[in-house]
Write a protein that binds this ligand. Structure first.
Ligand code: PEP
Length: 253
């Protein structure tokens, strides 16, 4: 059975003090967390080292982005090699804000995935359609294109370790969520597309998270869908209480 994951994406929010207050308070309340859900937090990269120093943290850390290069003259970039060196085990790859504001293409994201695997960092690959694409009934074509161009060059063993976050762009930060039917339909489509290319065993192993205005009131319903293996949570991951409720709602127990 696939273990559920709840990942928090803090984006460009919180001061260092606020980040550490969250980390300490989350740790103090760790007995409220279910044992059958993996928790990942992606703070701004500047705070990764401090948050990594919390003793036996109840969360694992992700960066919000990484370079497709390992080292070198790439001012402002952070590599997967550096993340691995700092015990940061995960990196978001291809969040819609990176695609939109930093013009990241699936071809570039394919190289970032390779860099992650080269250095032992687990990629959380984000995909999803814009509103106009859904309205034109092109959402399946769009997502399939993203999967094919960014992921389908991987080996089955690499693919089985990728975490996919399906995040319809129209649902990110808008307060509008996909319905459970829309989420389940797309997650099942993603899984069957992976099965078609890599085989059923690989597809059954891949965790597919839903993202887009998940909050403490709607998470249980969304995470209850057969092919939804948890969530990638933006705004609602910034408050300890809400985030703990969302993590609890992913538990099967
Ligand atoms: C996100 O940033 O990935 C996200 C889903 O944001 P929000 O939960 O705020 O919509």
């Amino acid at each position: 059975m696939r273990k559920k994951i709840v990942a928090g994406n803090w984006k460009m929010n919180k001061t260092l003090r606020e980040a550490m207050d969250f980390a300490v308070s989350f740790q103090e309340r760790s007995d409220e967390l279910p044992g059958d859900v993996e928790v990942i937090i992606a703070p701004p990269s500047l705070y990764l080292a401090s948050m990594e120093m919390i003793k036996e943290p109840a969360y694992r850390l992700a960066s919000q982005n990484c370079s497709h290069h390992s080292y070198g003259a790439f001012t402002g970039e952070i590599s997967a090699a550096m993340l691995a060196d700092m015990n940061v085990g995960y990196s978001l790859v291809g969040h819609s804000e990176r695609r939109t504001y930093f013009h990241e293409t699936d071809e570039l994201l394919a190289k970032k995935l390779d860099a992650c695997f080269l250095h032992g960092v687990v990629p959380v690959f984000c995909c999803g359609e814009h509103l106009a694409e859904r309205e034109a009934k092109r959402h399946f074509v769009t997502v399939l294109h993203q999967l094919e161009h960014a992921l389908f060059h991987l080996s089955p063993s690499q693919m089985s370790r990728v975490i996919i976050a399906y995040e319809p762009v129209w649902a990110i930060g808008t307060g509008v969520t996909a319905s459970t039917e829309q989420a389940q339909e797309m997650h099942a489509f993603i899984r069957s597309s992976i099965a078609g290319h890599f085989g059923r065993e690989t597809a059954d192993a891949v965790r597919i998270l839903y993202g887009g205005s998940v909050n403490a009131s709607n998470s249980a319903e969304l995470f209850g869908c057969d092919d939804v293996d948890g969530g990638l949570v933006g705004g609602a991951s910034l408050k300890v209480g809400d985030f703990i409720t969302i993590v609890q709602s992913a538990s099967r127990g």
